[in-house]
Ligand binder design. Structure first.
Ligand SMILES: Cc1cc2nc3c(=O)[nH]c(=O)nc-3n(C[C@H](O)[C@H](O)[C@H](O)COP(=O)(O)OP(=O)(O)OC[C@H]3O[C@@H](n4cnc5c(N)ncnc54)[C@H](O)[C@@H]3O)c2cc1C
Length: 311
């Protein structure tokens, strides 16, 4: 499947359409915060911010490559005139180390896309584990994060602690289905106001019990005391409570997540998130994520597909 100009353009187009920006090489899709008349904060779609991406020192290979027979022409490897995104370069160098493919007959950077196509089509996905990307994810509900954290291999997760944080940072996430229906939208806002008020009232009640010496709620330290109140009060929070996290994944894991979750059969909120993750990744590294195609779905959203699933 040849990559067309149109495919490359579609990534950029959709990225910008969703509010994407790139600052110093780091893509982000920020989203606005809304408030109900009572002041409860909520979001309507996922915010995705790339926090970290690889940096690769190819020149550092010099001292190693110079140690071989000069006839092999290895040192020239560091002078490839085509610059790649550091994430692609790292994986390519890792893969080429396997076969000591540093000489003039190697696949040069100009043909990196074809190189990775060969790897992914053959299932040699371990090479993709070298490059990691980290993201701040927000505007995502507790139900979506529960699905996301089912992906265990090759990822790291640091998610907001509902035991530690207080009601002052409580926000909610409105599903797309509610946004386009006046009545469902009103119900959502009422529920969010109710949950925020209910949480506050419960926290106050629990605090009063704690101060009155309730056994299960008592604690020796201030932080523990607060946790005991919040870990109990959070039980009434709905699935649509926002649960931000920092999420790190290697490229092999991220590709799998995009394939599973930006698929038409995935739940719509996680598809929204996976689509944004994919766009940020494809903008940052159009080679490692260059085999994906964006296709429209009947509901106006999109899915991504690749011929080489699960490298
Ligand atoms: C549309 C959809 C519907 C779903 N419905 C449900 C549901 O009803 N109930 C439910 O519980 N879950 C459901 N899931 C979650 C699903 O079962 C997986 O838990 C989730 O998608 C994580 O993917 P993964 O298992 O590939 O794990 P990842 O952690 O992403 O792992 C990537 C790959 O590494 C390998 N791997 C990882 N861990 C192991 C291991 N321990 N042993 C061997 N190989 C391993 C596997 O090849 C795996 O595919 C659903 C997911 C989707 C996309």
């Amino acid at each position: 499947m040849e990559k067309t100009e149109q495919d490359v353009g579609r990534v950029q187009e959709l990225f910008v359409e969703l509010g994407g920006t790139v600052t110093d090489g780091f893509p982000a899709i920020h989203v606005p915060v809304y408030r109900t008349a009572a002041g409860t904060a909520y979001l309507k779609s996922p915010g995705v911010v790339m926090l970290a991406r690889p940096q690769t020192n190819v020149a550092g290979l010099g001292g190693f490559l110079e140690g071989f027979d000069p006839d092999l022409g290895f040192p020239e490897y560091v002078n490839d005139p085509t610059a790649l995104p550091a994430s692609s370069q790292l994986c390519k160098t890792a893969g080429q180390t396997c076969y000591m493919s540093f000489g003039p007959r190697r696949t040069t950077n100009e043909n990196a896309a074809a190189y990775f196509e060969r790897l992914t089509s053959a299932g040699h996905g371990s090479v993709l584990e070298h490059s990691n990307f980290s993201f701040l994810l927000y505007g995502i509900s507790r139900s979506v994060t529960h699905e996301l954290v089912r992906h265990r291999a090759g990822v790291g997760v640091s998610q907001v602690s509902q035991r530690y944080v207080s009601g002052s940072v409580l926000r909610f996430v409105e599903r797309p289905e509610y946004q386009e229906d006046e009545e469902l939208h009103r119900f959502f806002e009422e529920r969010a106001d109710g949950a925020a008020a209910g949480y506050e009232a419960m926290a106050e009640r629990l605090l009063a019990r704690q101060e009155g010496g309730s056994g299960m709620l008592s604690a020796d330290y201030k932080t523990d005391a607060r946790k005991k109140v919040q870990q109990t009060a959070r039980s009434l929070l709905p699935n649509e409570t926002e649960a931000p996290m920092v999420f790190t994944g290697n490229v092999r894991a991220l590709r799998h997540i995009v394939e599973m979750r930006a698929d038409e059969h995935a739940e719509s909120e996680i598809r929204n998130l996976a689509m944004r993750l994919f766009l940020c990744l494809a903008v940052a590294d159009p080679i490692l994520f260059g085999d994906y195609r964006i296709q429209p779905l009947p509901d106006g959203t999109h899915k991504v597909t690749t011929r080489h699933r699960k490298a």
